[in-house]
Design a binder for this molecule. Structure first.
Ligand code: PEP
Ligand code: MG
Length: 756
């Protein structure tokens, strides 16, 4: 049965349209179960009725004509109850409804199972049999399993159908698809599918007519791509900071590397292959091992490599798309968009991004945020190839796209986009003013930096310092651990450029979703495994090098703060502090007079919440990393699009934990700040003020709005709001309360735009 099931799913997945998919289902199921009838009813959203769309066994003329409301007839009952219904004699059931056009009066046994995708009722799969008997349990189990597996494919095929229908029908109804917000903002424009790059998998094997000609052509193609990367990098000069542009240098290096360039040339010469096939094989070899890894960062490397391979191939095959080929307002759409595909579109023409794979922590979403381009990710059912030339709205706030929107909807979003622009201008105008509550409490607002996502915080950004510098990136973009001198130089630059403002350098936090290409960690449960301080304590040689580099970088300055990630016990903290003291002693022995920096602990696992006071007594400050804390408290993977809907920083459990952490730190007489994404959510900021958090640290793009919120509220008012929130049991009620408070304070713009 499992084999049959897998084959049906495979066939359905490769169907070209919805009708074909449904026909395969009814034909194959009827055959597999040896029954008289198999039919599929789908719930059509426009009519909100279940319509018979395919049947093997019922009268073909009834297809498209039999329609039922939810709850009407047996099929309607299955859909309304979201449960299978197994009857030996259907006409005996009180809800039985007879449709003469089907010719079903001769069938007695009835089994209907619901087809549900991500909680959405898609329709009902029905089998019928002439004789009066109940379907066997194995049949029920088979159909339930099949329906669960087919739901995704049906939803995908359905969307292809809906989008296809737009070509022929002039109608107002548009298609709306929900994904994951990747970068906030509203983008309105025309779809351009980024799949036009050459297809490596389609390259046939062929003998070279002349080996040397193949080698020359391949070399020229690689040089052409290297030039392209250089041009793209220059083009990004004004829109991306230097740190982010390093990515393109990494690509240029990959292109000339031994593993890509030399191996392909070797493949041409020794394998007697033409350049295209040698390239195909090198890319396959190189990407396969990356792709098998669980680690998202390494998987990104595989997709970068494939992208470079396709680019070289396209030079071997045909000329490229020029900047003028992109529409004035381009919405770039792709299966798995890459950073270079994004960068290829002239910045002033790029209105939005849609990627059917990835989450908000994918490279491309990170770049989109850095560039201020709205993006929606993780739309797995989206038929990407059908979106070329379609008018689209990308709503990066809610993570929705609207395909071929009607006039009214378009107007509504244009208005929202205008409001958003006005709001940003207003916020920017006040971004340099200090953040002080209306009753006189000054709350430092720091910038997060270090990740590709974070713009290099300039002196103009209005940040009071750097509250979180993620040191992982210099480690990630190399093919080995950076040396002490290399690290010293990087840290020195940050410390001097912000002096005398404080800079908090976080020690290496790899593992979990971040790992190093040259230090792979393969685990079944990486988020509960070897990450953050656990790795660095186990590798004192790596840790001491980093600590020495941080201390050396601070010579003559007094703004260095060092913070430890993923601390889950006092003993870990003691271990880290001992190593820090040792690093400083070593430097003193080397005649380098270095002040002891302020030290801090990140509160990002539940055990640290309960031990906040004990931890705080041993350091100068605590900083709550809500990105991880929420994931660990709610047991929701922060990168998994399936559970993204239940990841909520306003969950009452999260709020209770944060109150507890704040009290613990204050009892120890130490400060506590928040450096996770929660601090950038205007509604959450109200609660953080109420909890008396001493500082907030957010990405530069969120600085102005966070300061704006702080300025519009008194601490007293936020304490009232916190008290009220703590009496509510559900995140939605808490958000409603806080949104209401923002609107009343005249900050409705932030709520309307859905910024959170
Ligand atoms: C956090 O977990 O909230 C945090 C700031 O760290 P990161 O996002 O780097 O894990
Ligand atoms: Mg973290």
């Amino acid at each position: 049965m499992l084999d049959v099931l897998q084959r049906i799913v495979l066939e359905v997945n490769s169907a070209e349209n919805l009708n074909q998919a449904l026909e395969i289902i009814v034909r194959r199921v009827k055959l597999a179960l040896d029954i008289d009838v198999c039919s599929v009813y789908l719930l059509l959203s426009e009519e909100n009725r279940l319509v018979l769309l395919a049947s093997d066994g019922l009268n073909p003329d009834s297809i498209g004509r039999v329609k039922l409301n939810l709850g009407e007839g047996l099929v309607g009952v299955v859909a309304r109850r979201s449960e299978p219904l197994n009857l030996d004699n259907a006409p005996d059931h009180p809800a039985y409804k007879y449709f003469p056009e089907t010719g079903e009066e001769c069938y007695h046994a009835f089994l209907g199972v619901p087809i549900i995708n991500a909680r959405r009722m898609l329709g009902v799969l029905v089998v019928q049999q002439r004789e009066e008997r109940r379907f066997r349990n194995e049949h029920v189990a088979f159909l339930v399993t099949l329906a669960a597996q087919l739901a995704g494919a049906i939803s995908h095929a359905e969307m292809i159908g809906e989008i296809g229908a737009m070509q022929t029908q002039a109608r107002n109804a548009h298609v709306q698809v929900k994904g994951i917000p990747g970068s906030s903002g509203i983008g309105i424009g025309v779809g351009v599918v980024a799949y036009s790059l050459a297809d490596l998998d389609a390259v046939p094997d062929r003998l070279p007519s002349c080996i040397e000609t193949e080698v020359t052509q391949f070399t020229q193609a690689v040089e052409a791509v290297q030039n392209e990367m250089e041009i793209i990098k220059q083009r990004m000069q004004d829109s991306l900071p230097a740190e982010e542009r390093l990515l393109f240098d990494a690509y240029i290096m990959m292109l000339g590397s031994e593993s890509l360039f030399d191996r392909t040339v070797q493949g041409i010469r020794e394998g007697n292959k033409w350049a295209q096939a040698a390239l195909r094989d090198t890319i396959r070899e190189n990407t396969r091992s990356f792709e098998e890894m669980d680690d998202p960062y390494l998987r990104e490397r595989a997709s970068d490599l494939r992208d470079l391979g396709r680019r070289i191939l396209s030079h071997l095959q045909a000329p490229q798309r020029t900047p003028e080929d992109f529409p004035e307002r381009t919405i770039l759409v792709g299966e798995d968009l890459t950073a270079t595909q994004l960068a290829e579109v002239p910045v002033h023409r790029l209105a939005g991004l849609v990627s059917s794979r990835g989450t908000s922590s994918s490279h491309v979403a990170i770049l989109a945020r850095a560039m201020g381009v709205p993006a929606v990710m993780g739309m797995s059912d989206l038929p990407v190839t059908r979106l070329e030339g379609r008018q689209m709205i990308v709503d990066g706030y809610s993570g929705r796209i609207h395909i071929q929107p009607g006039r009214e909807l378009l107007e509504e979003f244009r208005r929202l986009a205008r409001e958003e622009r006005q709001l940003s201008e207003e916020l920017r105008a006040h971004s340099l003013e200090p953040a002080m509550t209306s009753d006189g409490f000054r709350i430092p607002v720091y910038a997060n930096s270090g990740l590709l996502a974070d713009m290099a915080p300039s002196l103009q950004s209005g940040a009071d310092g750097i509250g979180l510098y993620r040191t992982e990136v210099p480690f990630m973009i190399r093919d080995r651990f950076p040396s002490e001198d290399e690290q010293t130089e990087i840290y020195r630059e940050i410390l001097t450029s912000l002096d005398p403002r404080p800079v908090t350098l976080r020690t290496l936090d790899v593992g979990g979703d971040k790992s190093l290409p040259y230090f792979p960690v393969k685990e079944d449960n990486p988020f509960l495994g070897w990450r953050g301080i656990r790795i660095t304590l186990d590798h004192p040689e790596i840790f001491l090098t980093q600590l020495r580099a941080m201390l050396r970088a601070s010579q003559g300055l007094s703004n260095l703060h060092i913070m430890f990630p993923m601390v889950s016990s006092v003993s870990e903290l003691k271990g880290a502090l001992e190593l820090l003291a040792r690093a400083r002693d070593e430097l003193l022995d080397e005649q380098l007079a270095i002040l002891m920096p302020k030290t801090g602990v990140m509160v990002e696992v539940p055990s640290a919440v309960y031990q906040a006071e004990a931890l705080a007594r041993r350091v100068d400050f605590l900083s709550v990393g809500t990105n991880d804390l929420v994931q660990y408290l709610l047991a929701v993977d922060r990168n998994n699009s399936r559970v993204a809907g239940i990841y909520d920083c306003l969950h009452p459990a999260v709020l209770q934990a944060m109150v507890q952490a704040a009290c613990g730190a204050h009892r120890a007489g130490k400060t506590i700040g928040v450096c996770g994404e929660m601090a950038a959510d205007p509604a959450a900021v109200l609660l953080l003020l109420g909890m008396e958090m001493d500082s907030l640290s957010v990405s530069v793009s969120a600085l102005a709005r966070v300061k704006w919120v702080i300025r519009h509220f008194s601490r007293e008012r936020t304490q009232e709001l916190l008290e009220q929130s703590l009496c509510l049991d559900e995140p939605a009620a808490i958000r409603a309360l806080l949104n209401n408070a923002l609107v009343k304070a005249g900050l409705g713009g932030l709520v309307r735009a859905g910024i959170h």
